[in-house]
Design a protein around this ligand. Structure first.
Ligand code: DGI
Ligand code: FE
Ligand code: FE
Ligand code: FE
Length: 187
């Protein structure tokens, strides 16, 4: 599939601000791939497509998700979790993206999962640290990302979980499983 074509297609799904975020995630993912020994092209492709469905109306995301027969338990948690697994489904359908590791990195970029692959980690972390991101611990996480994907990702999930707890929201169990597994990898 032609890169420029996929870029135009993806750009047309979202407002300018989110497209700039996507470009930031692409460049951060390529850097991380080079640093940690993953394929930069596959990291860039997953990053390009990771938020493909993010700005579709939530009702449409939900109905497409249900129609595709994706994991129903996720719908009991924050609707912000839908766009990753839905994007993996949609880009496979629309553009014939078949690379299972690329699709998984897209699918799990928000939630994480137990036993994240190198590509999963890179896309999820790039999403946290791309140049346009600004949240309290982002600079510390960028620093950690110089040396350890796992340490940086634990800090990323910590900040997300902290944010959810502060708002009195539920935490999707896969995020806890992801964090637990990353901590085991560190020890
Ligand atoms: O799509 P982005 O804004 O680039 O980033 P994202 O896909 O990582 O996250 C979208 C939001 O999902 C994030 O602000 C926190 C929210 N969220 C809600 N419930 C959960 C959750 N994130 C995780 N990891 N786990 C949850 O249970
Ligand atoms: Fe996202
Ligand atoms: Fe993320
Ligand atoms: Fe994102």
């Amino acid at each position: 599939m032609n890169r420029d074509f996929l870029m135009e297609e993806t750009k047309s799904q979202m407002p300018t601000r989110r497209w700039e975020h996507t470009l930031g995630v692409m460049s951060s993912a390529v850097k991380l791939a080079k640093r940690f020994g993953a394929d930069p092209d596959r990291a860039e492709l997953a990053a390009l497509l990771h938020d493909y469905c993010k700005y579709w109306p939530i009702a449409e995301q939900r109905s497409e998700y249900e129609l595709a027969g994706l994991e129903p338990d996720l719908l009991r948690y924050d609707p912000q979790l839908i766009h990753g697994p839905l994007a993996a489904e949609i880009v496979n359908r629309r553009y014939g993206i078949k690379d299972a590791e690329v699709l998984d990195a897209i699918r799990y970029h928000t939630s994480g999962r137990e036993a994240m692959t190198l590509l999963d980690k890179i896309v999820c972390l790039a999403d946290y640290i791309e140049p346009g991101r600004d949240f309290p611990s982002v600079d510390a996480i960028r620093e950690m990302a110089e040396h350890s994907l796992e340490r940086a990702l634990v800090a990323g999930f910590d900040s997300t979980i902290q944010f959810l707890l502060n708002k009195g929201k539920k935490v999707y169990p896969l995020t806890l499983a992801a964090r637990n597994a990353l901590i085991d990898e560190l020890n």
